[in-house]
Write a protein that binds this ligand. Structure first.
Ligand SMILES: Nc1ncnc2c1ncn2[C@@H]1O[C@H](COP(=O)(O)OP(=O)(O)OP(=O)(O)O)[C@@H](O)[C@H]1O
Length: 654
């Protein structure tokens, strides 16, 4: 049973208590008061995460023959400068002039406008569903903003319009909104400074001299790009291909919040799929084309709406809503993965980045967002990053990051080429000769055409080379730029990159919310309906009593479970069987095996299913086989246990 089948409203407080009590995760360094945005995973959290990662590896890496790499988290400054992170990986923050309190500007605008809209609804007598978790209650007490004030209809429209596009505003635009709507520190009403940029990377120095500046990586992608040539060679130069990486990333978030949803250190799983820019079709697109998804296109958001459009991924690609087949293929595969690990199908949407939100080099970008009690949360990003990353690293290092493919037929091309008179260059420019030469050789065809035209017209060109003092003048004695005809046998191109990027912690937390419910007969008995495939422990082994007589058969069943590599736990405590099962329902353990005195006679045991509490009986070997079928081979409970005998005579859930 999934939570969607249960009528009781979701109770975040209750979920948080279970997650804490069962040590799925907890604030790190709690003994020292904790540090915002840092969390430790306990045993069930670790096992759940490991199973999700294992499923991810099988679903993506195994399925697509991807090449996994494990690159370092410490990254030199130069790499992240080239990738653009040093200059642009920032969020906008604003400071309360008086108290020094710091807010992330877009989140502040969002929260304040949302709370004003709620107040407006209340004033109009419209019922608003309120989350009543501790965190929110505390904040509500502090937030002076939330008043039941009716707003003008026009203002309501403006607010809704802004909220629909909240991810797309620049810092100065957020500053204007803060002034226009008189947004202040929600807890004190204090005035705020205009938003300023805050770079999210943790800076450090590599080595004892302190001379080599570095950062903890904010994503795993750069290591994959830098190993492109080695990976292409490993792949026998075959295209397209994908690399993948799973590892920690670090972001110094301005205001970590909402538990695992916004943290400062988190596990990422990222794919870089390298594809021919002239052919972004995907050979397996047919397999997914009929999958129906819910889309929130950029145009809809820009018109101030959040209405979802439902269509198949095939239609989305053929109508141009999603830019290309490969991007569409990954969107569908992301969806299937999320379903497999326990995300509720009704609470997934794919939101397109608006043009002002998308990186300038990206050609299309969609986020898989999951609905939680904190709103819609981006859990997977899926972007077509074009040739940006490989191009900038190639330009910086002078190393070609390209694919070379033999052409079926030779072709004749006309190209601008530059000829440098090295004999004259050295003596004339001395130490700068290398930099100037490198700069010239990095020019693309458009640059060369205009430089060539200038050289022909004026007999010289004047250029500014970074790192070379003043301007550099070059005449026809030093360089020639001419259009030449050549026959080419090889096509050389920089691949484009489609990048699905998963935040494992955000997905984990969303699944907790999607699969948490309470038994209708007793609200204090909560269940985490984690799919057997990813549940931390698959089986709870429960001897009916702790009589020594049952020990040998418990040992026997344990050994077979161990031999089959099925994670299990024995609970031979003196608590009632019902209590023992209730504990494990909270841990998401999908199956229970009860061993009783009958088992001594014929080695039969009872198998209980967590969600329905249905039971079947059979030999322990058949029961373990059924567990294997349901857990690892996709059988339903009914299919997996078809050969076993329904067992109803005694309820173990009492
Ligand atoms: N602070 C964070 N805590 C947990 N997960 C994160 C965090 N930042 C990013 N992620 C995860 O990494 C994935 C890829 O990162 P990406 O750079 O696309 O996120 P982002 O657009 O910066 O996220 P946001 O806009 O929410 O800050 C996200 O989809 C998300 O699942």
């Amino acid at each position: 049973m999934s939570s969607s089948a249960v009528t009781a409203p979701f109770n975040r407080d209750a979920l948080e208590q279970v997650l804490k009590r069962r040590f799925f995760f907890a604030p790190a360094f709690e003994l020292y008061g904790g540090v915002s945005g840092l969390f430790d995973y306990g045993p069930p959290g670790c096992a759940f995460q490991a199973n999700i990662v294992d499923t991810w590896r099988k679903h993506f890496i195994l399925e697509e023959d991807m090449l996994e790499v494990d690159c370092t988290m410490l990254t030199p400054h130069e790499v992240l400068k080239t990738s653009g992170h040093v200059d642009k990986f920032a969020d906008w923050m604003c400071k309360d002039l008086k108290t020094g309190e710091i807010f992330r500007a877009d989140h502040l605008v969002e929260e304040v406008l949302e709370s004003r809209l709620k107040g407006d609804k209340a004033a109009r007598g419209i019922k608003v569903e309120e989350e009543e978790d501790e965190d929110k209650k505390k904040r509500k007490k502090k937030v002076k903003e939330i008043k039941n004030v009716k707003l003008d209809d026009e203002v309501v429209k403006e607010y809704e319009n802004i909220l629909a596009q909240i991810d797309g505003f620049s810092g100065p635009q957020l500053g204007e909104l803060i002034v226009k709507y008189d947004i202040t520190n929600p807890s004190t009403g204090g005035k705020l400074e205009p938003p300023i940029e805050f770079n999210l990377m943790f800076e450090t120095a590599i080595g004892p001299s302190g001379n080599l500046k570095g950062y903890l990586r904010p994503e795993t992608a750069q290591g994959q790009f830098l190993n492109f040539n080695k990976l292409l060679e490993f792949n026998n130069e075959k295209m397209p291909f994908a690399s993948a990486s799973i590892g920690k990333s670090f972001r110094n978030e301005i205001a970590p919040r909402a538990g695992l949803l916004r943290v400062r250190e988190f596990l990422m799983a990222e794919i870089e799929h390298f594809v021919d820019p002239e052919d972004k079709s995907h050979p397996k697109f047919n397999q997914v084309k009929d999958i129906k998804l819910r889309f929130l296109p950029s145009g809809v958001q820009e018109s101030g709406s959040t209405e979802l459009i439902e269509k198949t991924i095939g239609e989305a690609v053929s109508t141009g809503l999603v830019d290309n087949e490969t991007l569409g293929y990954f969107i569908a595969r992301i969806y299937l993965f999320l379903l497999k690990i326990g995300v509720d199908t009704n609470r997934i949407r794919f939101r397109q980045h608006m043009s002002n939100e998308m990186a300038h080099y990206a050609s299309d970008c969609w986020d898989a967002e999951l609905q939680t009690s904190y709103g819609w949360i981006e859990c997977v990003g899926c972007a077509d990053r074009s040739a940006y990353d490989l191009s900038v690293h190639a330009a910086k290092t002078g190393e070609k990051l390209v694919v070379r493919q033999p052409l079926p037929e030779p072709i004749t091309v006309e190209k601008f080429e530059i000829e440098i008179s090295k004999k004259k260059f050295g003596p004339k420019f001395r130490k700068d000769a290398g930099s100037i030469e490198k700069w010239l050789l990095e020019r693309n065809q458009t640059d060369l055409e205009s430089l060539g035209n200038e050289l022909t017209a004026n007999g010289k060109i004047v250029i500014k080379v970074p790192g070379v003092e003043g301007e550099t003048e070059l005449d026809t004695e030093l360089i020639k730029i001419e259009k030449v005809k050549r026959t080419e046998h090889i096509r050389e191109f920089t691949p484009n990159v489609i990048e699905p990027s998963f935040g494992i912690g955000r997905i984990i937390y969303s699944i907790f919310e999607h699969q948490f419910w309470s038994r209708p007969e007793d609200v204090d008995r909560s269940v985490l309906s984690l799919p057997p495939l990813v549940a931390p422990t698959k089986v709870l082994l429960v001897p009916l009593s702790n009589s020594a007589e049952l020990k040998p058969i418990v040992e026997k069943v344990s050994n077979v479970l161990r031999k089959n590599q099925i994670p299990f736990k024995v609970d031979d405590s003196s608590a009632s069987i019902g209590k023992r099962y209730a504990r494990n329902d909270e841990l998401g353990t999908p199956f229970g095996i009860t061993i009783d005195f009958e088992s001594l006679k014929d080695e039969s045991v009872t198998l209980r299913e967590r969600d329905s509490t249905k039971q079947v009986r059979g030999s322990y070997e058949d029961i373990i086989d059924a567990i294997k079928q349901v857990t690892y081979f996709g059988s339903s409970w009914a299919e997996g246990t078809a050969k076993l005998t329904p067992f109803e005579s005694q309820s173990t859930d009492a």
